[in-house]
Design a protein around this ligand. Structure first.
Ligand SMILES: Cc1cc2nc3c(=O)[nH]c(=O)nc-3n(C[C@H](O)[C@H](O)[C@H](O)COP(=O)(O)OP(=O)(O)OC[C@H]3O[C@@H](n4cnc5c(N)ncnc54)[C@H](O)[C@@H]3O)c2cc1C
Length: 369
């Protein structure tokens, strides 16, 4: 299944030796499906990002794009259905059941695998969120099919196979993985790796409902209550418009306040490179990069970060990258839009002061007059 490195995938003929004929019972698997992740009434935006990617795959294959909503009976699930159409789904499959209120692996796996076995999609995409990862793994193992996790690129080969590309060997290589002889071909993608598509104005399309064939007694996991994670709710790096991050170049934990102060002045989120998490200077939820968060802000300021490939893959979707680094040959200058070769420990306070002055209501009045 492992195919290539940074080279584009070889043509289908190059894989002919590996490819057995698709078993007869998989030949009527068609269409691209996206799991619409619903949590406490909210659709996770990664579902819309995946509908955008799913649209491109479906158009290339000449098939339909479907959303899959699994949720409790009522308004929240139907809101998710409407949102799937607003992001260009052609149809939506829905399983509505009280057992699908709080996420539990067993009823969600049952609902999804029943849908797949009944309606037979050729591609199934899920967000690489906590829930999406949990569900994707159990759906793939139940259906005995292939799953490529944390993809950074999705495409279809001329022969119609899903080419799912993801980093490997610590991020130093990209490999393209195929699920050649099983269906559906499954992939997860982390939030913000794919761009958010435009909403479309179109009428609600076809809706297909399926009943959940499972009862509470068949479920081992019981929900006793819901405690929101106050810590993880605080950092919203993935969807922030402005992100300031610090790296080892800041020298010590005491200098992280230079990053947080600038973030406060700009109303931004703050984050860091991985070594700072490993040293215990920042919590893991603030790590940016391949094994942390992927961000797509309008502005990203990186201070004292070298720009290793594992960091780069998490930030290169930013509209404007400003790098502050003492070493003019640091790799981050290869992909930053603005490079400032200077000492971040001296530069950050000056930048914070300049922004604070410029953004204060008093100075805004002066600038306006
Ligand atoms: C499997 C795997 C997964 C990984 N995942 C991630 C990930 O998700 N995110 C991540 O970030 N890393 C990740 N890494 C680690 C990554 O390879 C790098 O080691 C890491 O990003 C380096 O962090 P850094 O840039 O802060 O430190 P360094 O590489 O030590 O760079 C520090 C930089 O600061 C500059 N500097 C020094 N003093 C100053 C100063 N006073 N002012 C300004 N600049 C200064 C230096 O010139 C240097 O460029 C991963 C590695 C592996 C193997």
């Amino acid at each position: 299944m492992l195919n290539a490195n940074r080279e584009p995938p070889p043509p289908a003929a190059g894989r002919a030796g590996m490819k057995k004929d698709l078993p007869e019972h998989f030949k009527d698997y068609h269409h691209v499906w996206v799991f619409i992740e619903l949590e406490r009434g909210q659709v996770h935006p990664v579902s819309f990002e995946l509908l955008g990617e799913g649209r491109k795959l479906a158009d290339k294959l000449g098939v339909q794009l479907a959303g899959v909503v699994l949720g409790p009976p009522g308004e929240a699930s139907w809101h998710a259905v409407a949102e799937a159409f607003a992001y260009d789904a052609d149809l939506v499959y829905i399983v509505e059941a009280p057992l699908l209120g709080d996420y539990r692996n067993e009823p969600f796996t049952k609902a999804m695998t029943d849908l797949v076995n009944t309606y037979k999609p050729e591609i199934l995409l899920l967000g690489a969120t906590m829930r999406g990862r949990d569900l994707a793994g159990s759906v793939a193992t139940t259906l005995l099919t292939g799953l490529t996790a944390d993809c950074t690129e999705l495409d279809v080969d001329p022969d119609g196979s899903l080419a799912a590309t993801r980093p490997t060997f610590g991020g130093s290589l990209l490999c393209t993985i195929y699920t050649l002889n099983c269906r559906p071909q499954m992939a997860t993608v982390r939030p913000r790796v794919m761009a958010l598509p435009q909403r479309v104005e179109k009428p609600v399309g076809r809706i297909v409902e399926l009943k959940l064939s499972m009862v509470e007694d068949e479920i081992v996991t019981k929900v006793l209550g819901f405690l929101p994670d106050a810590q993880s709710a605080k950092a919203n790096l993935a969807y922030a418009d402005v992100v300031i991050a610090g790296g080892l170049g800041l020298g010590g934990a005491e200098n992280l306040q230079l990053v947080t102060k600038l973030a406060r002045a700009l109303g931004a989120e703050y984050g860091c490179s991985r070594p700072l998490v490993q040293k215990g200077w920042m919590p893991a939820e603030r790590q940016i990069g391949q094994t942390g968060k992927t961000i797509r802000p309008k502005l990203y300021i990186a201070a004292g970060i070298s720009g290793a490939i594992q960091h780069r893959v998490g930030v290169e979707g930013a509209d404007l990258i400003v790098a502050i680094n003492t070493n003019p040959n640091a790799p981050i200058f290869d992909f930053a839009h603005v490079g400032i070769a200077t000492d971040a420990i001296r530069f950050l306070p000056a930048l914070t002061e300049a922004f604070t002055r410029r953004l204060s209501p008093h100075s805004r009045d002066k600038l306006a007059s």
